[in-house]
Write a protein that binds this ligand. Structure first.
Ligand SMILES: Cc1cc2nc3c(=O)[nH]c(=O)nc-3n(C[C@H](O)[C@H](O)[C@H](O)COP(=O)(O)OP(=O)(O)OC[C@H]3O[C@@H](n4cnc5c(N)ncnc54)[C@H](O)[C@@H]3O)c2cc1C
Length: 592
């Protein structure tokens, strides 16, 4: 029997990131994956700031950036009749509009970028293997049995046919949208699979003549049939600028799936490009369905599921791989803390509490975004006809000098602008705030969000929120507050006058065996707040304190300075005991 601490099923973004984090934290792990290699098709591509922050924490952000298409080239999302045809409208996307760019720049040290999944996965996976993960390709998960001390999993070596048993303390099911692990532990799901039919066609073609002057990663095509199935409209998606592409086209889920062939794939590609003279090399095609389903519990005992295994949704909003990476970031430090004996297993309950609402939110948002293409079809008068001639007439009507045409133009502008909820949905990407056993309830009443919480990220130091990013200075060089946190460790962040918190953090190491790093922000301290941005962001008194968890979420905040050293100790010990579920807990309410 092979033994390890954590067995991870699946090497997609969720499984690879879990393995990388565990290995970085010094936890033994094995990843088994069914196929001979990692993702072979581009699949996910939008890589949002939260996912990049995790890669930054793991030291692989630069590797990702080196291969990625930059934000500057992601912005001109076009709606057209074909790439060669008429452009109907545009929206500046992924934070590239000057009015939104500041929001994105202020929110994070990382810049959103585009990297196809088949290029991203090897970066994460190689780093995991380098740091100690033991990979097993062509190994298929079959079943598992758990008991009080661990999990025994049976996998099949698909090359030899041999069955192998692996004993681990914990099992992570990161085995994608058809997760057998989730099925085996009987996770409850809400929603529906297979709500629309879709196909991907990956091809090589030099399309620079049609796109280089309006660089984007998404070109949406309105043609007869483009509102049937699929993801709301026909899509030509950039894979590599400007010679590799992925088309998403729909089919009626109530009928049979189309019989795909190179010829049909080429025909569809030429139709969406609008120029049949462009040479095309079809690389692959696949049929898939749009799903609208999320789990309402993510774990059972020693088995935890994550990624598409628990949230199954279309690619709209680009949330799938990003959320999978974030699931891993939430769970990995908790597994490490429990396995090191620093936390009680009850800490692991917080994984479900914190990530279940996110699963529901992203599945709902991604599906809603498909429906929100409707008003564009409506504005152009395309809803009640499939006749190409009538469609052309209705679209052309908006060019007239009539009040009706002016209304049509206005409706189209509004319908396109509303797609902000898919393409500039910064709040959905970054606003996750947790309430769980691993967060000490905040002292202050929750003021809520001052702007639309889907569209806009609102930084906060409330307990449960993500540590705000601010550039502070170290020796005159800018350092993000996020760079001070993370690395698998707790952090106490305070200002001048907060020295009692720092002493309490040092004492916590002795009391709990948990290393709590510290940082004092102020003149001639660890970091300087030269431009006063931290003072604006911190919301607490200068000598108050934030206790930041290893996943950069704030686990506890003290609004005011500690009364004295004893008070600081009681509060920090109490907060750590609360978060880690330790029996030697000091009631933080009493201390507060
Ligand atoms: C066209 C398209 C575009 C997309 N665009 C985006 C985007 O822009 N941004 C975004 O964030 N997301 C996007 N997504 C979604 C994204 O691809 C998924 O959400 C993401 O891959 C989920 O990661 P995962 O690790 O949970 O699962 P997967 O990547 O599906 O990985 C599952 C893993 O489990 C393994 N496995 C499965 N069964 C077994 C078994 N029995 N035994 C062993 N191993 C097994 C597989 O081999 C694989 O390694 C897109 C998806 C598609 C199809």
């Amino acid at each position: 029997m092979i033994e390890t601490e954590v067995l991870v099923i699946g090497s997609g973004p969720a499984g690879s990131t879990t393995a990388l984090l565990l290995s970085t934290y010094g936890i033994k792990n094995i990843v088994v994956t069914k196929y001979r290699w990692l993702a072979e098709t581009p699949r996910a591509h939008i890589t949002n700031q939260r996912a990049l922050e995790i890669f930054r924490d793991m030291g692989i952000e630069e590797d990702v950036k080196r291969l990625a298409t930059k934000q500057d080239w992601m912005g001109n999302t076009v709606f057209c009749t074909s790439l060669a045809g008429e452009e109907l409208g545009r929206i500046q996307t992924w934070g590239t509009h000057p009015r939104r760019k500041a929001d994105y720049t202020l929110a994070s040290p990382c810049t959103i970028c585009d990297l196809p999944q088949n290029l991203l996965e090897p970066i994460i996976f190689a780093a995991a293997a380098e740091r100690g993960t033991r990979p097993r390709f062509d190994f298929e998960y079959l079943s598992h049995v758990q008991d009080d001390s661990g999990v025994t999993t049976t996998v099949r070596d698909r090359l030899s046919g041999e069955e192998v048993r692996i004993r681990s303390k914990y099992l992570v099911g990161a085995d994608g949208g058809k997760s057998k692990v989730a099925e085996d532990i009987g996770l409850p799901f809400e929603g529906q699979m297979g709500v629309a039919g879709s196909m991907n066609i990956v091809f090589e073609a030099d399309l620079s003549a049609y796109v280089a002057h309006r660089p984007s990663v998404l070109y949406w095509v309105l043609q007869p049939g483009s509102n049937i199935g699929g993801i709301g409209m026909g899509l030509v998606r950039m894979v590599r600028p400007w010679n590799e592409w992925l088309i998403v086209w729909g089919y009626d889920i109530n009928g049979p799936a189309p019989e795909m062939s190179d010829a049909l794939a080429t025909e569809i590609a030429h139709k969406l490009i609008g120029d049949a003279s462009i040479p095309i090399k079809v690389k692959s095609y696949s049929i898939w369905t749009v799903n609208n389903m999320y789990a309402t519990a993510l774990s059972k005992g020693r088995v935890f599921c994550m990624g598409d295994a628990v949230h199954r949704h279309p690619p709209t909003n680009g949330l799938g791989s990003n959320t999978s990476v974030q699931d891993a970031y939430n769970l990995a430090w908790k597994l490490a803390a429990v396995l090191r004996g620093q936390a009680e297993p009850s800490l692991l309950d917080s994984y479900d509490e914190e990530r279940t609402p996110v699963a529901k939110q992203i599945v709902t948002r991604a599906n809603q975004s498909i429906g929100e293409f409707g008003p564009i079809f409506e504005a152009l008068g395309l809803l009640n006809t499939e006749d190409p001639e009538v469609m052309r007439e209705h679209m052309a009507a908006r060019k007239e000098n009539t009040p009706e045409a002016a209304r049509q133009r206005e409706a189209l502008r509004k319908a396109i602008a509303f797609k902000d909820y898919e393409f500039n949905c910064h709040g959905v990407e970054l606003n996750q705030r947790y309430t769980s056993v691993a967060i000490v309830p905040d002292e202050e009443p929750d003021p809520g969000f001052s702007r639309d919480k889907e569209l806009y990220y609102q930084a906060s130091t409330r307990a449960g929120a993500h540590l705000p990013h601010v550039w502070v200075l170290k020796g005159g060089h800018p350092v993000s507050t996020l760079d001070i946190a993370g690395k698998g460790k707790f952090l106490v962040l305070t200002g001048i006058g907060g020295e009692d918190w720092v002493a309490a953090a040092a004492a916590a190491k002795q009391k709990f065996g948990v290393e709590v790093r510290t940082a004092v922000i102020g003149p001639d301290r660890d970091y300087e707040d030269a431009n006063g941005e931290w003072a604006l962001a911190r919301e607490i008194a200068e000598a108050g304190c934030l206790l930041v968890r290893p996943d950069m979420q704030i686990g506890y905040r003290a609004m005011r300075p500690a009364a004295d050293a004893k008070d600081a100790e009681e509060k920090i010990f109490g907060a750590l005991a609360h978060i880690l579920g330790r029996k030697d807990k000091i009631a933080v309410d009493k201390a507060a």
